[in-house]
Design a binder for this molecule. Sequence first.
Ligand SMILES: NC(=O)c1ccc[n+]([C@@H]2O[C@H](COP(=O)([O-])OP(=O)(O)OC[C@H]3O[C@@H](n4cnc5c(N)ncnc54)[C@H](OP(=O)(O)O)[C@@H]3O)[C@@H](O)[C@H]2O)c1
Length: 247
Amino acid sequence: MKIGILGAGSIGATLATKLSRAGHEVKIANSRGPETIDSEIVAAGARAVEAADVVTDIEALIISVPLSRIPAIRPLIANLPSDAAILDTSNYYPMRDGQIQALDEGQVESVWVTEQLGRPVTKAWNAIGAGSFEAKGTAPGDPDRIAIPVAADREADKAIAMRLVEDTGFDAIDSGPLADSWRQQPGAPAYCTDLTRDEIPDALAAARKDLLPQRRDLAYAAIMEKIEKGETLISDDLVELNRGLSS
Ligand SMILES: NC(=O)c1ccc[n+]([C@@H]2O[C@H](COP(=O)([O-])OP(=O)(O)OC[C@H]3O[C@@H](n4cnc5c(N)ncnc54)[C@H](OP(=O)(O)O)[C@@H]3O)[C@@H](O)[C@H]2O)c1
């Protein structure tokens, strides 16, 4: 499949590497230009391009930029083929980077992204931490394989996203329409807790919308405190923290 990836940070880089290795034709861009894309991404087979070029001649665009940068990329979407699927990895942390309050609490993140871009999006890969995503993919059939929820309104887009999630080494779980994707947002039991296909449905069902902001902010504050103390955080620490908040 011809795939464009906008964003070459922790998640975008791993997506580009895994999807290239799975045989897809991948282009990737950031905001600063192709010469600043990590050489390891290119070595894996992805092509580093300008942001304007990442949206042309593709079947799927994966957006993996901070949610606060979504409005800035809207002009690029005008040149995206009309039948291309848009897959969104965003999560909203209102306190990160001194971000202004981009959306109201209670607004569903990826529904907001859809409104900002003027095109439907599919929410995928948002609910796996960068460390787990890079290191913990396994082959289909592994009973301990971690599952990733995928929410969308257009079935064709959801099918593309689920296939690509599988190609990155994780079981893809249909988590319903985009309006329900708050169930996989930060602060929810299915968010970055490394659950399996058998465990995820109960976690999605157990989510409480009213508790999400409080739990998201608690997790963020705990992480920042450790970072400020100079402590090293590994992906399993983040998984344990998120699991603890949901139990
Ligand atoms: N980190 C995680 O564990 C994790 C897990 C799941 C989902 N997510 C979500 O996935 C998204 C990406 O996360 P991340 O951790 O990979 O972020 P990151 O490491 O901060 O990388 C962000 C990337 O976005 C690019 N970017 C920013 N504005 C852009 C623009 N206008 N045009 C093109 N590229 C732009 C940046 O490029 P420049 O550096 O050139 O500006 C950078 O390559 C976020 O929404 C995040 O919440 C993160």
